[in-house]
Design a protein around this ligand. Structure first.
Ligand code: CP
Length: 308
């Protein structure tokens, strides 16, 4: 029923994405109440070539919750350091009995090439600036959990769109659900040519905020900034960070999301975060996003690797 791999959300239909979300809802309901054996007898390789906390841990936990075994592949101590190619590495993992590969890497375009070389599912855990499919799925799941109807929902993506695999996955998936997406970013972080047709791009955050039902703050990716795109984090925070003045401009029910990890005081000021957490904690969805990552990744592993 499903594509073999989860690399690019544009290769999934709305029905397929809904099936993943439906299965995730099942796991949110049942995890902790019963034992699952969907991945019993399966070894799943988890290989992260970039840093991660949430994605890696939730994939590993999801594999364990489903009764599978995690095979950790650690690039820094592997034969890749002796010159083995990435293709040979992945084939070696399959020879050792992996039923699927969960991969994070900085190089866009790598995953399609590797996935073609192996017969088992290849699951992206974030590919350079290209896509981060499970992040988008867990975000959509979290928006619904917050009570939003996706049809006509207005999601404002703020900040470092240029380097964001999360934003690119959202651009593929959100319109399928009828979500309206707009952007707020300085030109170096969202060049005009990158704005999807029909989408609004604000160059001033304060002007954009009253429009949004969901304000999605993107991490400024310091590790991917070419020289000079953002003069300083302080300047970015002053112009595109959410602060108390910005909060006073949002609608009363607007919710706030961030994929994590947060740069403290940059994407949202300490004062604005404290004010939200004191006055309207239900509108800050950051922790719910993390928790839902487990259920969505369980659903993906179940549908692509397990029973289907
Ligand atoms: N959102 C996200 O991918 O977080 P990690 O880098 O911690 O996995």
């Amino acid at each position: 029923m499903f594509a073999k791999d989860l690399i690019d959300l544009s290769s999934f239909s709305l029905g397929e994405l809904e099936s993943i979300l439906e299965r995730a809802a099942f796991y949110r309901e049942e995890t902790g109440r019963r034992t699952f054996r969907v991945l019993e007898g399966h070894n799943i390789t988890v290989s992260f070539w970039e840093h991660s906390t949430r994605t890696r841990l939730s994939f590993e936990l999801a594999i364990k919750e489903l009764g599978g075994r995690v095979v950790g592949y650690y690039p820094e101590t592997a034969s890749e350091q002796k010159g083995e190619t990435m293709e040979d590495t992945v084939k070696t993992l399959i020879s050792l009995g992996s039923s699927a590969v969960v991969f994070r890497h900085s190089l866009p375009g790598l995953f399609h090439r590797l996935a073609q070389k192996v017969e088992v599912p290849f699951i992206s855990a974030g590919e350079g600036c290209y896509q981060h499919p499970t992040q988008t799925l867990l975000d959509i799941f979290t928006m619904r959990q917050a009570g939003f109807d996706l049809q006509g929902l207005k999601v404002l993506m703020v900040g470092d769109i240029l380097h964001s695999r999360v934003a690119r996955s959202h651009m593929c998936a959100l319109p399928l659900f009828g979500v309206e997406v707009a952007f707020a970013a300085p030109p170096p972080l969202l060049p005009d040519g990158m704005v999807p047709p029909g989408a609004t791009c604000y160059r001033n955050l304060e002007e954009a905020l009253p429009w949004a039902d969901v304000v999605y703050l993107l991490r400024v990716q310091k590790e991917r900034q070419e020289q000079g795109l953002v003069p300083s984090l302080g300047e970015y925070a002053a112009l595109f960070g959410l602060n108390l003045a910005g909060l006073s401009r949002v609608k009363s029910g607007t919710c706030f999301m961030h994929p994590g990890p947060i740069n403290p005081g940059v994407e949202i000021s300490h004062e604005a975060l404290r004010a939200l957490e004191n006055v309207a904690p239900e509108r800050v969805l950051f922790r719910k996003q993390v928790k839902n990552g487990l259920y969505v990744r369980m659903a993906v592993l179940d549908l692509l690797v397990g029973s289907g």
